[in-house]
Structure formats: structure tokens, C-alpha cells
Write a protein that binds this ligand. Structure first.
Ligand code: SAH
Length: 218
């Protein structure tokens, strides 16, 4: 079975990443190694390497391989960075990041998802990835500043607080909603300036704050 997954994973890297324009060798190598099938529910494991997002419970999804590859590549990591991920979900993106930089802190507001991801990442020996249960709508100023911040849920606008937690030269990747459409933005901090570098269409679950929950529950 593991061999079949290894074959499927190699094909995923070739067809869904390299051929689709993800050329960063370190990203391709990382995604060729992380066992994506371990991050999806057992019933869906046979579909783990398909070119789509998959449900992981609690109304959330693991992003499709191309999205994980694209976002990882856009951070342009070299290996010595500290990165914050907002929205652990399955823990897959965090596992990939863990192979690309020095330290990853990933925050997840749904406690059972955070616990499951922490346990799996522990099993896989991802010692430089720390899962923190909690709300990271405003990033994580206590543990910052960050060389990279990756938001894997769609925000209604740029959370200024997050941009403020970027180290000089640091990058923030965040999907932002515009009407019915979502665009993935990359911001680069240079001194006091925050430059928007590029945007591409994307599709993510919404970034939810405690405030939104309170309203939804009211
Ligand atoms: N990166 C994930 C996919 C993320 S899905 C993976 O590799 O599987 C987006 C996740 O963001 C969901 O699990 C959702 O619960 C979480 N999320 C949404 N809003 C959040 C917030 N304000 N703080 C922390 N996590 C949040």
C-alpha cells in the first residue's frame, strides 16, 4: 500500500506541481516526501493524491496539492526562517513547511483538529512544527516577529496586525475575499513599507474570528 502511495505521490509532484509551474526544488522534494494520505480521513486516503481539496471534518478541508505547493514556493524559504501558519487544519501544509524552514508555529481554532494534527506531526517526527490551539485572526504577536506568515483561510481584508508581525524582508501570504471571488496576495515588508507583490485567484474556507462565532451562535 505504501508503495502505491509513493507512486501516486511522485505523479502528484510531476503532474500537479512541476508541470503546473511550481519549480522550487526544495518544495518539490518536500511534497515528494510528506505522506499526504496520512493527513486525510481513512475513508478518503485512496484519493489523497488527487488534484483537489478534501474534507477533513468540522466543515474544513485540506488544500489541494497545487495550492500547498504554490503557497510554499511563494514564501521563498531557504531553511533558516521562522514561519507562522494560520489555520493548521490537517497539518499537511505545516508538515511541508517544516521541511523548508527552521521553525513552524501553526495555529488552529478547532481544538480537535489541532490535537489530531499535533499527534500526527509527532508520529511523523516533525519536531520543528508546533501546533497551538487557538484563534489567530490577528496572527501571533507574542511569538513573532516572523520571516513568513501563511494564512490558509480566506480573510475579509488585510489584517494589519499580521503585517506588523513580519520581520524586515518577511513575506505574508493571505487569501482575501472580493465579493464572490478570492485572491491570494503576497505582501513583502521592507523596513516600514509593505509592498503587495502579486495576486492569483484561489479558493479557501473562511478565516473565522471568535467574534464571528459569537455572532453566529447568537
Ligand atoms: N492548512 C490546512 C488547511 C486549512 S483549512 C491543511 O494543510 O490541511 C483552514 C483552517 O483554518 C481550518 O481548519 C479552520 O478551522 C482554520 N481557521 C479559520 N479561522 C481561523 C482563525 N481565526 N484562527 C485559527 N485557525 C483558523
Amino acid at each position: 500500500m505504501n508503495r502505491a502511495y509513493a507512486v501516486a505521490r511522485r505523479r502528484m509532484v510531476e503532474e500537479q506541481l512541476r508541470r503546473a509551474g511550481v519549480t522550487d526544488q526544495r518544495v518539490l522534494a518536500a511534497m515528494g516526501e510528506v505522506p499526504r494520505h496520512r493527513f486525510v480521513p481513512r475513508m478518503l486516503q485512496h484519493r489523497a493524491y488527487e488534484p483537489c481539496a478534501l474534507p477533513i471534518g468540522f466543515g474544513q478541508t485540506i488544500s489541494k496539492p497545487f495550492t500547498v505547493g504554490l503557497m510554499s514556493a511563494l514564501l521563498e524559504l531557504r531553511g533558516d526562517e521562522r514561519v507562522l501558519e494560520v489555520g493548521t487544519g490537517s497539518g499537511y501544509q505545516a508538515a511541508v513547511l517544516g521541511r523548508l524552514c527552521d521553525q513552524v508555529v501553526t495555529i488552529e481554532r478547532i481544538a480537535p483538529l489541532a490535537a489530531r494534527a499535533a499527534s500526527l506531526l509527532g508520529d511523523l517526527g516533525a519536531a520543528n512544527v508546533e501546533v497551538v490551539p487557538g484563534d489567530a485572526t490577528f496572527g501571533c504577536v507574542e511569538r513573532g516577529p516572523w520571516d513568513g506568515i501563511l494564512v490558509t483561510a480566506c480573510a475579509p481584508g488585510l489584517p494589519e496586525a499580521m503585517a506588523g508581525q513580519l520581520r524586515d524582508g518577511g513575506r505574508l501570504l493571505i487569501p482575501i475575499a472580493h465579493g464572490g471571488e478570492q485572491l491570494l496576495y503576497r505582501y513583502l515588508r521592507r523596513g516600514e513599507e509593505l509592498a503587495v507583490e502579486q495576486s492569483v485567484p484561489c479558493q479557501f474556507v473562511p478565516l473565522l474570528s471568535g467574534l464571528a462565532d459569537a455572532r453566529a451562535g447568537a
